[in-house]
Write a protein that binds this ligand. Structure first.
Ligand SMILES: [Zn+2]
Length: 363
């Protein structure tokens, strides 16, 4: 009996360091797995608008212009619904004052259906409200093509932009920070006025300032990369591929469209055009190399995961959350943790068995 007792004690003394070793191995593995999970979650940019971890990230920004009380309403809704279904953000370029009359805030006075619809979008973080000029009329004395602002005095430009900005704030309770000059044509006074009014992002054509991205008068410039109008899926994909594979390209690809681009015959929505955009978004997601964001980068998503996007043709509205991506990342982390536990358990059984065999001849 005493022999047995001492044997037991000696065995415990031998086993204890093994348990400590195995436990610390498990802890180290768990920690590393959890860290990997957290950092991969961050690089997808799924859980927040923060994009701090970006290394070689490429961003696609959808810019929908001519959002106004006189816009094609069914088309506007159809295209926005696609963005909701596919969990892809979009910057809305709002024209505050598209009609010659009445005076005052036309966003409130002219079309109540439009007003209520737009107000309903303000709580959906996929939609950024930006300012697309004031009247969107060719009022600039420009020999270089249509423009609302080009060549007009600074004060006139400042007043018009300020009035439009104030109208958007009054109608929707949102202060626009991105300015998109109509006809993609403006001048240095437009830039100066926007900066003075607190805008932080400016988006126009390359030809407007012969500048591709970078800093424009203290604001970030995002130049238009392609228009959906008159492009086939193939040509959209080709242009995107070229951008993705060009090591010197800027990291943002701005895709422009208008509600009117989705107009079918007899005031109906052109379903094949909407499908074209859906297929293009599918293609972008499929590259696995882009994130979707807005001009102000307030929200970044990778769209839906594959399963959700295949059922996105109107049946399931995933809504305005990044939840599918977060869930996906978490599922991956859980998988990795469970896998690690299984591997470590098997390894420790193996080690204990080997030690037992080794201990026998010595002890
Ligand atoms: Zn426009």
């Amino acid at each position: 009996m005493p022999q047995d007792k001492s044997n037991g004690i000696r065995r415990n003394a031998r086993v204890r360091p093994k348990i400590v070793l195995v436990c610390s191995l498990v802890s180290i593995l768990l920690f590393s797995v959890l860290f990997t999970g957290v950092s991969s979650g961050a690089t997808t940019g799924a859980s927040s608008g923060a994009t701090g971890s970006a290394q070689t990230n490429k961003y696609v920004i959808f810019r929908e212009d001519d959002v106004a009380p006189n816009a094609d309403f069914a088309e506007l809704q159809a295209v926005n619904q696609l963005n909701i279904n596919m969990n892809v953000p979009v910057t809305l370029g709002i024209i505050p004052h598209p009609y010659p009359t009445p005076s005052g805030n036309q966003l409130i006075k002219v079309n109540n259906t439009f007003l209520e619809y737009m107000r309903s979008l303000t709580s959906n973080h996929l939609f950024q409200f930006a300012q697309h000029g004031y009247t969107h009329l060719d009022t600039g004395p420009s020999p270089v093509g249509p423009s609302e602002f080009y060549g007009r005095p600074y004060a006139a430009q400042y007043d018009a932009i300020k009035q439009g900005r104030d109208d958007i704030i009054q109608a929707f309770g949102v202060t626009p920070t991105s300015f998109l000059p109509p006809f993609d044509k403006s001048d240095n006074n437009t830039v100066k006025a926007c900066k003075a009014l607190g805008f932080t992002e400016y988006s126009t054509a390359f030809q407007d300032f012969n500048q591709n991205g970078g800093n424009l008068g203290g604001m970030r410039l995002d130049t238009i990369s392609i228009e959906v109008t008159n492009n086939t899926l193939q040509s959209l994909e080709n242009a995107t591929n070229q951008w993705l594979n060009d090591p010197y390209s800027i990291n943002t690809f701005v895709v422009l469209y208008h509600p009117a681009d989705f107009e079918g015959p007899n005031y109906t929505v052109n379903a094949s055009k909407v499908t074209l955009l859906a297929n293009y978004i599918d293609y972008l997601q499929g590259t696995g190399r882009v994130q979707f964001t807005t001009l102000d980068h307030s929200v970044t998503t990778t769209g839906n995961d594959t399963a959700a996007s295949s059922s996105s043709e109107g049946t399931t509205a995933v809504g305005a959350t990044d939840a599918p991506n977060v869930g996906f990342a978490n599922a991956g982390a859980v998988f990795a943790v469970v896998g690690a536990i299984v591997v470590v358990s098997l390894a420790s059984i193996f080690v204990v068995r080997r030690r037992k065999n080794k201990d026998r001849p010595n002890g």
